[in-house]
Design a binder for this molecule. Structure first.
Ligand SMILES: Cc1cc2nc3c(=O)[nH]c(=O)nc-3n(C[C@H](O)[C@H](O)[C@H](O)COP(=O)(O)O)c2cc1C
Ligand code: SF4
Length: 443
């Protein structure tokens, strides 16, 4: 199966970052069509397309859009989540860098559909170049009358779009933490439904807020231009359309690939040129938060939400990381745990303490001081974090470690018994520390 390019179709067209070139490729046609329709009809088209949020959770986009439109009495806000902190995921970066008009057009369509007159593109702090591209696209869209007051002659439609740079915190990609950060507060999460309000009812400044991922908004111009039914004709029964997969690790051709949802996982690997440096050992299909799949479990899995879930993992944000046989899974898990310990916002105890404990225990194992009880201790810590944390970062920290032990327990046991890597001298070298494990108390 080949790539199926909708969002990435014009990626390599020279000058595509300029509005004239984007228009010559059909750009802003989707918006023009949307403006001939009732707002609710635009949302109906999104409903027919069945496009699901591409930020990780796969929630149907139209439900959020209609949730904002139903509020008639308050200002509404639109947010694009361009924080993209999930290790292994780099699709939003490319969408913003090269195809910023596609995103801006999608956001204007969403603003019209939800009757919103202010929007923000929240971009992670490190993404300086993508932010410049989005800035340029916004300026050009204003100059052409796609943004501002009375858009394309519609006196009832005004929309201003702003960029807000994050500060490089993974947690600020979580939607409630992102909203706190946008409002100038500490980047920590807020209570979620059913204990707190949904963003569509009370998001930023307690107003109805639509928050979607870069890729989700980028689908809207295509859906409006070609129709929801056209989009829904691609993919599987419950996972419609295409998905951009960021492929990294031990493959010949790493990069972003757009595939039809439902493409076999092993074909995804072939598209990226196949595994290099040895046989395939494992794949993490959806970013570092999702459970790792050993090679033997990859066969028969398809790249869609349901198939990945049935295989015990998730499609997530599409960060497809490939590991060859020279990868030491314990070292990989130590690095993963270090990331979550570093990024935990510290608001709740299970995650704040638990992520550091996991890192410390894993570090102890790869330092040759592991104890036979460490594996069960790690699993116990996972159980204490998963489902007991204030926001999903805690769960996301526990899942990969638990899956690493479940699928590769013998490698943990080898390290503890022999005090060295089961891979031997050929092992892929570990990356340097960002946290000094000696500073973490473990009692
Ligand atoms: C710790 C954490 C980090 C997240 N980071 C991102 C991110 O960088 N980008 C993103 O779109 N969604 C991220 N999400 C998911 C968002 O909370 C939210 O579900 C998403 O922005 C909704 O957009 P969508 O419906 O279009 O997927 C993250 C969630 C968690 C728990
Ligand atoms: S789980 Fe708790 S400590 Fe971890 S990021 Fe969320 S709120 Fe912060």
């Amino acid at each position: 199966m080949a790539e199926l390019k909708l969002l990435l179709k014009y990626r390599d067209v020279p000058g595509i970052e300029n509005i004239d070139v984007w228009e010559s490729c059909g750009g802003y046609e989707g918006l023009k069509k949307a403006l001939t329709m009732e707002r609710s009809a635009v949302i109906d088209e999104m409903k027919i397309s069945a496009v699901r949020g591409r930020g990780g959770a796969g929630f149907p986009a139209w439900i959020k859009w209609s949730g904002v439109l139903k509020h008639t009495d308050a200002p509404h806000y639109l947010i694009c989540n361009g924080d993209e902190g999930e290790p292994g995921t780099f699709k939003d970066r490319e969408l913003m860098l090269k195809l910023a008009h596609q995103l801006v057009e999608g956001m204007i369509i969403a603003a019209y559909a939800t009757n919103t007159d202010k929007g923000y593109v929240y971009i992670r702090g490190e993404f300086v170049e993508p932010a410049k591209s989005v800035r340029k696209a916004i300026d050009q869209a204003y100059a052409k009358g796609y943004l501002g007051r009375g858009i394309l002659g519609r006196e009832d439609f005004n929309f201003d779009l702003y960029i807000h740079m994050g500060a490089g915190s993974y947690e600020c990609g979580e939607e409630t933490a992102l909203m706190s950060s946008l409002m100038g507060e500490r980047g920590q999460p807020r209570l979620k439904f059913p204990h707190g309000a949904l963003p569509v009812d009370a998001g930023v400044w307690e107003s109805p807020t639509l928050i979607n991922n870069v890729e989700t908004y980028s689908c809207a111009p295509h859906i409006l231009r070609n129709g929801g039914a056209w989009y829904a004709s691609m993919g599987t029964e419950r996972s419609k359309g295409t998905k951009i997969i960021s492929v990294s690790g031990h493959v010949k051709k790493p990069g972003n690939y757009e595939i039809e949802l439902g493409t076999p996982l092993m074909e995804m690997l072939d598209l990226a040129g196949g595994v290099i440096g040895g046989k395939l050992k494992a794949i993490i299909p959806g970013g570092s938060s999702v459970p790792i799949l050993p090679a033997e479990k990859c066969v028969g899995v398809n790249m869609d939400y349901e198939s990945c879930q049935a295989a015990g993992t998730m499609l997530g944000s599409g960060g497809f990381m490939v590991f060859n046989e020279k990868t030491d899974i314990v070292i990989l898990m130590r690095r993963t745990a270090e990331f979550y310990a570093h990024e935990s916002c510290g608001k709740c105890t299970p995650c704040r303490e638990g992520t550091r404990w996991m890192f410390k225990i894993l570090d102890r194992i790869v330092s040759g001081a592991g104890q036979p009880s460490d594996i069960d201790l790690l699993l116990n810590v996972c159980d204490q974090i998963d489902g007991r944390s204030y926001c999903p970062l805690g769960d996301a920290a526990a899942w990969p470690i638990r899956a690493g032990i479940k699928n590769f327990r013998e490698e943990f046991e080898y390290w503890i018994t022999h005090k060295k890597s089961p891979i031997g001298d050929d092992c892929v070298p570990p990356v340097p520390y960002r946290i000094n494990p000696a500073l973490i108390p473990l009692s």
